[in-house]
Write a protein that binds this ligand. Sequence first.
Ligand code: PMV
Length: 322
Amino acid sequence: MTTASAPGKVILFGEHAVVSGVPALGSAIDLRATVSVVDLPGRVEIDASNLRLMVTGFTVDPLAECIHTVGSSRDALLATRYISAVLKELRAGDLRVTVESRIPPAAGLGSSAAIVVATLAALNEHLGLKMSRIEIGSEAYRIEKLVQQGLGSPMDTALSTFGGYQLVSDKIQARKLPELRLVVGYTERAHDTRTEVAKVQSLRQSYPEVVAPIFQAIGAISKRALELLEEGRLEELGALMNVNHGLLEALGVGTRELSELVYAARGAGGAMGAKLTGAGGGGCMIALPKEGGEAEIATAIRQARGRTFAVKTGCEGVRLEG
Ligand code: PMV
């Protein structure tokens, strides 16, 4: 058996603007997806039975593009789509692939990228493909986009592959920055990245003179945030999170539920700043806690009917396990 794991991510600053090449800063987090492969002569199986809500397993024949499901959850189906795309691209067969993930799917935390990257890394080792880490990253980006059939930046797949912090624009640059503890608030509403990206890009086409300056302001925030993080100026970093959230609201990707969690976190007094993270339209927000402010933020988020958990930033990228 060969096992690999890859991290989820948060986008600290710059989502949506990055699709148009404006710098965005993201970080790998300490929630991971784990994928194992074993030989299974004569057939292909994908076992996603460990994903939330999953009641029974199902099998997939990616080469025949045929999925047999019995009482499967939406989460498991999503994972299966990505894994079968990887198997198909690599023309891999005679295998059982098992996935487990602690990253909520369709929540803006990079769950699909982590599954694609971990699957590629496990297959790379198991089949002796000798892909470099850079090749795994670019192949993962290609496959993720193939499945999502939309516009998108390499942010998620780069973070999942290389870990740490990545500044993504028209290129990807790793940045050495100190670890942060963040409180995540999850609306428990799945979002569709493709729809949100298309919405923002269409706004940009209709009103370029309005949207271009918003993107420019978001890019300026990402760049300033780098300096602030390097120098540990977290109060100021929090203030920029609030500004970035406002700009994302202006682009139309906020929702009532997301805003309720953002304002609950800020109102609790424990947060230096809070913003939605990822594509918006549902999914998650992040809050930057003051020293000792985590519990207060978590309570406020729960009272606003969000699910909440703490994450660490700057975590390790894809790795082989065991
Ligand atoms: O994968 P999500 O839902 O976290 O969104 C990614 C962020 C976007 O900038 C909206 C899209 C992209 O590909 O960069």
